[in-house]
Design a binder for this molecule. Structure first.
Ligand SMILES: [Zn+2]
Length: 433
């Protein structure tokens, strides 16, 4: 049973508002002894504002910890304003004490949370805190509304609308849109003309053009087409794996979140899987997409080269071998000791786990476990193949700068493989280096 008293003396040196620590302590002790607490732990923050958080008020921090840990059975203070200077802070404090069933008594404000009136007071505080927050957010909204009324082009607290900054011309965007009749077409045209985009180094995209049309010429906004069917459950062998080296090389980016990976899709008419660069529609670009059947043999050949390294690793170095033998022997001894009753089940499991951890640190063992059974890249479940390939490669760059064409791909594009573990590259690669 520990009672806590909290004293705070503000930095404000105003005789009328001055509450001396001695006076506060006296009030606390009087209240506590009336409740049968002969001893009170007094925590204090002197010359510290009540607006400061717990990290700046050591005494307050200690009090909160005593409440949180359930050490305190009662909290005493001279007045509410000693605890905090904002209603929301106060409400939080009362809620915390209420959860821990800790009684709070405040001398001057006649608050006692063990009574019905005291509970009512803490409820009122909670509503007041909510009110305070609502008023604050309303103030912000009002300020925005006032600013919008004064400044016609103001577009919220973020960035000014396109066309507001020097060098930006909305009419060029509108003309491109009217001429091409589509957002992507307009974006492509702007990129071809070399019109700079808002974000430096970025390229125009259909999305950006659409947002400008929506604001500048709302009655010209195109009806949403049914394009972009849901992807469904089909998974692609190369998703998150193949990147467009054409865009990579140019450093083109469209928006900050745009994926640099090619997008897989299933073409119903030709019954094939293809990968497209999402930027090919708007950025001057040659090859827009490539068939999976064209990429497959190259990726497969590259992945097979890893088998050479895997076989080499399966043999392992002499040191690895010795270490593995030592761990195997260790495991055998643990099991024998368990059989003999020297170790109980818990002891056995702790020891086996630590042995397994040591084994997993041997990278060769780790890789062999992952790669000993490569899937059939052409025929196995695409999701399984994708997982395997992504363990091998961090990504594969595909050259999309070749001549554009219609219909199925006729050429195998140039590809660059980035291995996750350089040691996994095939032996011939080492010879070439
Ligand atoms: Zn591209």
């Amino acid at each position: 049973m520990t009672a806590y008293g909290y004293i705070r003396k503000s930095v404000v040196h105003d005789a009328a508002r001055m509450l001396s620590p001695e006076m506060q302590e006296e009030a606390i002790r009087r209240l506590a002894s009336a409740d049968g607490h002969a001893d009170v732990v007094i925590l204090s923050d002197l010359d510290i504002s009540g607006r400061k958080g717990r990290e700046r008020r050591p005494g307050w921090d200690e009090l909160l910890r005593a409440v949180e840990d359930g050490v305190a059975t009662g909290v005493y203070a001279y007045s509410l304003s000693r605890f905090a200077r904002s209603v929301s802070q106060l409400a939080d404090f009362f809620e915390l004490c209420d959860k821990r069933k800790i009684r709070v008594r405040v001398d001057r404000d006649h608050i006692d949370t063990s009574t019905a009136t005291g509970k009512l007071t803490s409820n009122i505080l909670a509503s007041l805190a909510q009110f305070e927050a609502d008023v604050a957010s309303e103030r912000v909204k009002d300020a925005f509304a006032a600013k919008r009324a004064r400044d016609d082009g103001w577009d919220g607290p973020g960035q000014p609308a396109y066309g507001q900054r020097p060098g930006e011309d909305v009419t060029i965007v509108l003309d491109a849109f009217r001429e091409r009749g589509s957002y992507d077409g307009a974006a492509r045209s702007l990129n071809e003309q070399g019109v700079p985009c808002r974000v430096r180094g970025a390229a125009w995209s259909g999305t950006v053009v659409r947002s400008i049309i929506q604001r500048e010429a709302p009655n010209e906004v195109l009806p949403t087409s049914g394009r972009g069917a849901p992807a469904g459950k089909r998974s692609f062998r190369f998703s998150g794996l193949v990147r467009c080296s054409t865009c990579e090389a140019r450093g083109v980016r469209v928006g900050s979140k745009a994926s640099t990976f090619l997008t897989g899709s299933y073409n119903k008419r030709h019954g094939d899987v293809r990968y497209a660069c999402s930027r090919a529609r708007t950025v001057p670009h040659a090859r827009g997409w490539v068939n999976e059947t064209k990429l497959l043999p190259v990726v497969k050949a590259e992945a097979e080269r890893a088998l050479v390294s895997i076989r080499r690793m399966q043999k392992g170095t002499a040191a690895d071998e010795a270490e593995l033998r030592r761990l195997a022997e260790k495991r055998r001894r643990v099991l024998v000791n368990f059989e003999d009753g020297l170790y109980d089940k818990a002891e056995r499991d702790v020891r086996l786990t630590s042995i397994a951890e040591e084994e997993s640190k041997l990278s060769a063992v780790h890789w062999i476990k992952l790669l000993t059974m490569p899937p059939d890249i052409e025929h196995d479940d695409p999701a399984k193949v994708n997982a395997y390939l992504r363990r091998l490669f961090s990504h594969v760059e595909v050259d999309m700068s070749e001549k554009a064409y219609r219909g199925p791909s006729k050429w195998v594009p140039a590809m660059t493989f980035e291995w996750r573990d350089p040691a996994m590259r095939g032996d011939d690669e080492d010879d070439a280096a």
